[in-house]
Design a protein around this ligand. Structure first.
Ligand SMILES: O=C(O)C(=O)Cc1ccccc1
Length: 380
């Protein structure tokens, strides 16, 4: 059992899972005992938290953890029974719980999909690898804070391809239980990104000196405030989270910058390379071991072919080995430097193929993360 799974056993989140409707058809032989790793779908049936979740479990052994096994025995290994034969919904995995912005982005990109809440980003990605979900949605950068580096590194640690992107407008609200007024707020709970993007507005709302508490996702903060936050605790989350968790909106649009977008990537098991007749982007990762002039050579390979770069992030990874999973066996390597690059062209474009061939001549590592259509939604 992995760390992520052990933690929630005693938490209320886990209790929600142990409240699942027993599903009589689950037999021990259907469960992934003694498999090196497995993602198990858990079905919860109570109000706000109803729906399905995925947990990652490693090395389940019958003796090891009775509590876990009881919950797992109530879990569905596949939700086909719930949906009816042949009626499995298109599932999009995201980190967080219902009401998170990632879920909103999943629904915006895949209307009518079934969102699959996961404890961690890694669990969301793994649920696609293990075919529990069809897509994962991953926030990678925001207009205000820039790149979310850990999520970029996760792309290397999983065998998934980028098949789309969305720049989703993040519109934060200050939420509190009904009957609690703004003047009573002593504590604000939110995802770290939300706290940092609302700091100035909180000050103008007279909340500069309240204590700040972080949560794993915005909806998690809303759920916590609604369930057991001490009186005087508010959450920063979406209006939708307020609806789901029965909170009141004390203030709307509290982000410091009106133009507050988060870029989410859509990840799938297999590439879907768009044809070159529409605006496309390709994302790649290039690494080198300290040779001189690599950045210049990378830039010239694209500039020479008139390919426009939209992102170039240079990450020194010396003393910080990266785990890389690709077509071959996974490996851990301490590159001197890793470049994350996005450019405006599809892999089906001959210029791109030539540029990549050139990069291979001097890079110690090159991986194409995916080609996909540009999200051209206006950002104003
Ligand atoms: O916590 C959430 O709701 C998320 O989906 C992650 C996030 C947090 C803040 C801005 C965008 C995405």
């Amino acid at each position: 059992m992995d760390r992520l799974c052990r933690a929630p056993i005693n938490s209320s989140l886990w209790n929600i899972r142990t409240k699942v409707k027993p599903t009589p058809e689950i037999r021990s032989r259907d469960l992934p005992f003694n498999k090196p790793s497995a993602t198990v779908l858990v079905s919860a049936s109570n109000g706000a938290n109803g729906g399905n979740g995925a947990i990652n479990i490693k090395h389940i052994s019958e003796q090891k953890d009775r509590l876990l096994l009881t919950a797992v025995k109530r879990a569905l290994y596949t939700t086909e029974q719930e949906q009816g034969p042949g009626q499995v919904a298109f599932r999009v995995a995201y980190q967080g719980i219902p009401g998170a912005y990632s879920e909103e982005a999943a629904l915006a990109t895949h209307p009518g999909c079934q969102g699959l809440p996961c404890h961690t980003y890694a669990a969301a990605l793994q649920s696609v690898e293990s075919r529990v979900a069809d897509r994962a949605i991953l926030p990678v950068e925001s207009t205000v804070e820039g790149s979310i580096h850990r999520n970029y590194d996760l792309l290397l640690d999983h065998r998934l391809c980028i098949v789309g992107e969305i720049h989703y407008p993040v519109y934060y609200c200050l939420l509190a239980p009904p009957g609690v007024d703004r003047e009573e707020i002593k504590r604000v709970m939110a995802h770290p990104l939300a706290l940092s993007q609302c700091r100035r507005t909180l000050k103008t709302l007279g909340l500069a000196n309240v204590s700040m508490q972080t949560s794993d996702d915005t909806a998690g903060a809303a759920e916590c405030v609604s369930r057991n936050g001490p009186r005087g605790t508010a959450a920063i989350a979406s209006a939708r989270a307020a609806e789901i968790y029965g909170l009141r909106v004390l203030a709307r649009g509290i982000q410091d910058e009106s133009c507050n977008f988060t870029r989410f990537l859509i990840l799938a098991r297999d590439p879907i390379v768009p044809t070159a007749d529409r605006p496309c982007k390709t994302s790649i990762v290039v690494a080198h071991d300290g040779e001189l002039g690599v950045l210049f050579k990378v830039l010239s390979a694209f500039s020479f072919r008139d390919i426009n770069l939209t992102k170039l992030e240079s990450r020194p990874t010396k003393n910080r080995p990266l785990r890389v999973v690709g077509d071959g066996p996974a490996f851990v390597k301490e590159f001197h430097c890793v470049f994350y690059i996005d450019f405006e062209a599809s892999l089906s474009d001959r210029r791109v193929q030539n540029a990549l061939t050139e990069l291979k001549e001097f890079a110690s590592f090159l991986r194409v993360l995916g080609s996909y259509s540009v999200d051209a939604t206006p950002k104003a």
